[in-house]
Design a binder for this molecule. Structure first.
Ligand code: FAD
Ligand code: NAD
Length: 466
C-alpha cells in the first residue's frame, strides 16, 4: 500500500498548486483527479477557455464593429467558429499538459481516478476501468472544487439550456441568448456571444448587476454594457423553461410581484452561482458534515476531522482560482510545520470583459455600512492619454483610503486592462501602503496605470491630469 505525507483530492488550482508547494517542501505527495486531466474547472471549463473566447471575440468585434476601420485597417472578417473553438481547446490542452509536467518536476504522484476518503488516513481511488487503489497518508487535503448551481424549474440539457460548460462550446452563434444571472459568468460569456453576433438579454433576480461589487462601479459597468447592446431585466425571476429542438421559452416574473411574461431565445445560459462539490467523497467516514450549502467549514484549512484539510471552492470564501491557490500554499506550509497565512482582505476580483472590472479590498458600500471614515480619489480613463489614443476611454479608477491614516482600504475600477493593474494596489495594500505611497510612485508614461496613480493623488485632492 502506497504511503504518503499528503494526498490531495482534486487537481484544480487548489489541488495542483498545493501539490507543487508540498513537493517543494519535501512532502511525499499524491494528487488524485477524476476528470482525466489536471487543471480542474479553471483550466478545463472555466478561467482559461473563457479567456480564450473573450480574447478571440474581442478581436473579432474590433474587426467587424468599426474599430479596425477607424484605425485605418481594412479587412473583411469572417467568423470561423470551429477554428475559434479549436484554438481554445489546443491552448487548454497545452496548459493541462504543463500542469502534468509540474507534477513530475516536483515529484508528485498523479493518480487518475475518483478519490473517496475511507476513514482517517485512507483514500481509495477508483480508476476508469473500475480498479481500486488504496493510499495511506498522514494528511488528506480536500480540493474538490465546485459545480454550477441548478435552478429549479429549468433543466440544463446542455443543448439549448446550457451551463457555463455548455456556453463555452455552443455549436453556432445564437441569434438570441438569454443569460440567467448578472454575475461574472453571465457577463463574461454573454460578452463572448454578443461580440460574435448574438442578441443578449440578462435576467437578474436582484435590482442590480454584480452583487457584492462596489455599487458605483457596477452601475457604471451596466451602462457601458447597455451601450454595447446588452439588454437587462433586473428584479426578475425565471420560474420555468421549456426547450424545443430550436428554441427555449422562459416564464419570467417580477420579483416584486406582478404579471409573468414569456421570453423566447435560441439558447439560455444558466449562471446563478456555483456550489461546492463533494459527491461520493466519503466525508461521513471521517465525520465531516458540510453546511446547508454544501460548504466544508475550515479553521486555518483544518476541517473538524484530524488530519483532513480543505482548500478552494469547496470551502468558504470567494470562488476564485487565485484564492484556491493561496489557500493551498498556506495549507501545505502549515502541514510542513511552517507559518501559512492567507490575507482574505486582499483577494482581488476581475471580470475579463471589455472594459474589465477589477476590485480589491473594501467597497464604498462596505465602508459606509461599517461607519469607517474614508476619503475617495477618482480618475476617469477619458483623461488618460494612453486610453484616449487607444479609443478605450470608458470607465474610471477609484481609490479608497482611511480618512485619518491614509492607508488604502480598497480600489475599484472599470476600464481597459484594469485586471492586470489592480495587482499594484494589492501589493501596496499588503505593505500597509497609503494613497500617497501610490501617488508618489513614479509610473511609466504613457500607460493606463497612470490612471491608478492619478486616482490615488485624488485622495488628497491633487489629481493633476483631470
Ligand atoms: P476546481 O478547479 O473545481 O477543481 C476541483 C477538481 O477536483 C476538479 O477537476 C474535479 O474533477 C476534481 N474532483 C472532484 N471530486 C473529486 C474526487 N472525489 N476525486 C478526484 N477528483 C475530484 N476564477 C478566477 O479566479 N478567474 C477566472 O477568470 C475564472 N473564470 C471562471 C470561468 C468559468 C466559466 C468558471 C466556471 C469558473 C471560473 N473561475 C475563475 C472560478 C475558478 O474556476 C475556480 O474558483 C477554481 O477552479 C477553484 O479551484 P479548486 O481547485 O477549488 O476547484
Ligand atoms: P455569481 O455569484 O457571480 O453570479 C450569480 C448571479 O445570479 C448573481 O447576480 C445572483 O443575484 C443571480 N441569481 C441568483 N439566483 C438567480 C435566479 N434564480 N434568477 C436570476 N438571477 C439569479 O455566479 P456565477 O456568475 O455563476 O459564477 C460562479 C462563480 O465562478 C463565482 O463565484 C465567480 O467568482 C466564479 N467566476 C469567476 C470569474 C472571474 O474571476 N473572472 C469568472 C467566472 C466565474
Amino acid at each position: 500500500m502506497a504511503q504518503y505525507d499528503v494526498v490531495i483530492i482534486g487537481g484544480g488550482p487548489g489541488g495542483y498548486n498545493g501539490a507543487i508547494r508540498a513537493g517543494q517542501l519535501g512532502l511525499k505527495t499524491a494528487i488524485v483527479e477524476g476528470r482525466g486531466k489536471l487543471g480542474g474547472t479553471c483550466l478545463n471549463v472555466g478561467c482559461m477557455p473563457s479567456k480564450a473566447l473573450l480574447h478571440a471575440s474581442e478581436l473579432y468585434e474590433a474587426a467587424t464593429g468599426g474599430e479596425f476601420a477607424k484605425l485605418g485597417i481594412e479587412v473583411k472578417p469572417k467568423l470561423n467558429l470551429v477554428q475559434m473553438m479549436a484554438q481554445k481547446a489546443e491552448s487548454v490542452e497545452a496548459l493541462t499538459k504543463g500542469v502534468e509536467f509540474l507534477m513530475k518536476k516536483n515529484k508528485v504522484d498523479y493518480i487518475k481516478g475518483w478519490g473517496r476518503i475511507d476513514g482517517p488516513g485512507k483514500v481509495v481511488v477508483k480508476a476508469e476501468d473500475g480498479s481500486e487503489t488504496v493510499l495511506e497518508t498522514k494528511n488528506i487535503v480536500i480540493a474538490t472544487g465546485s459545480e454550477p448551481t441548478p435552478l429549479p424549474g429549468v433543466t440544463i440539457d446542455n443543448k439549448r439550456v446550457v451551463d457555463s460548460t455548455g456556453a463555452l462550446s455552443l455549436p453556432e452563434v445564437p441569434k438570441s441568448l438569454i443569460v440567467i444571472g448578472a454575475g461574472v459568468i453571465g457577463l463574461e460569456l454573454g460578452s463572448v456571444w454578443k461580440r460574435l453576433g448574438a442578441e443578449v438579454t440578462v435576467v437578474e433576480f436582484l435590482d442590480r448587476i454584480l452583487p457584492g461589487t462596489d455599487t458605483e462601479v457596477a452601475n457604471a459597468f451596466q451602462k457601458i454594457l447597455a451601450k454595447q447592446g446588452f439588454k437587462f431585466k433586473l428584479g426578475a425571476k425565471v420560474t420555468s423553461a421549456t426547450a424545443s429542438a430550436k428554441q427555449v421559452e422562459l416564464t419570467v416574473e417580477p420579483v416584486a410581484g406582478g404579471a409573468a411574461e414569456t421570453l423566447q431565445a435560441d439558447y439560455v445560459l444558466v449562471a446563478i452561482g456555483r456550489r461546492p462539490f463533494t459527491e461520493g467523497l466519503g466525508l461521513e467516514s471521517v465525520g465531516i458534515v458540510p453546511d446547508k450549502r454544501g460548504v466544508i467549514a475550515n479553521d486555518h484549512f483544518k476541517t473538524t476531522a484530524p488530519g483532513v484539510w480543505v482548500v478552494g471552492d469547496v470551502t468558504s470564501g470567494p470562488m476564485l482560482a487565485h484564492k484556491a491557490e493561496d489557500e493551498a500554499v498556506a495549507c501545505m506550509e502549515l502541514i510542513a510545520g511552517k507559518a501559512g497565512h492567507v490575507n482574505y482582505g486582499i483577494i482581488p476580483g476581475v471580470i475579463y470583459t471589455s472594459p474589465e472590472v477589477a476590485t480589491v479590498g473594501q467597497t464604498e458600500d462596505d465602508l459606509k455600512a461599517a461607519g469607517v471614515a474614508y476619503k475617495v480619489g477618482k480618475f476617469p480613463f477619458l483623461a488618460n492619454s494612453r486610453a484616449k489614443i487607444n479609443h478605450e476611454t470608458d470607465g474610471f479608477v477609484k481609490v479608497l483610503a482611511d480618512a485619518k491614516t491614509d492607508r488604502i482600504l480598497g480600489a475599484h475600477a472599470v476600464g481597459p486592462n484594469v485586471g492586470d493593474m489592480i495587482a499594484e494596489i494589492c501589493v501596496a495594500m499588503e505593505f500597509g501602503g497609503s494613497s500617497e505611497d501610490v501617488a508618489r510612485t513614479c509610473h511609466p508614461h504613457p500607460t493606463r496605470s497612470e490612471a491608478f496613480r492619478q486616482a490615488a493623488m485624488g485622495v488628497e485632492g491633487w489629481t493633476m491630469q483631470a
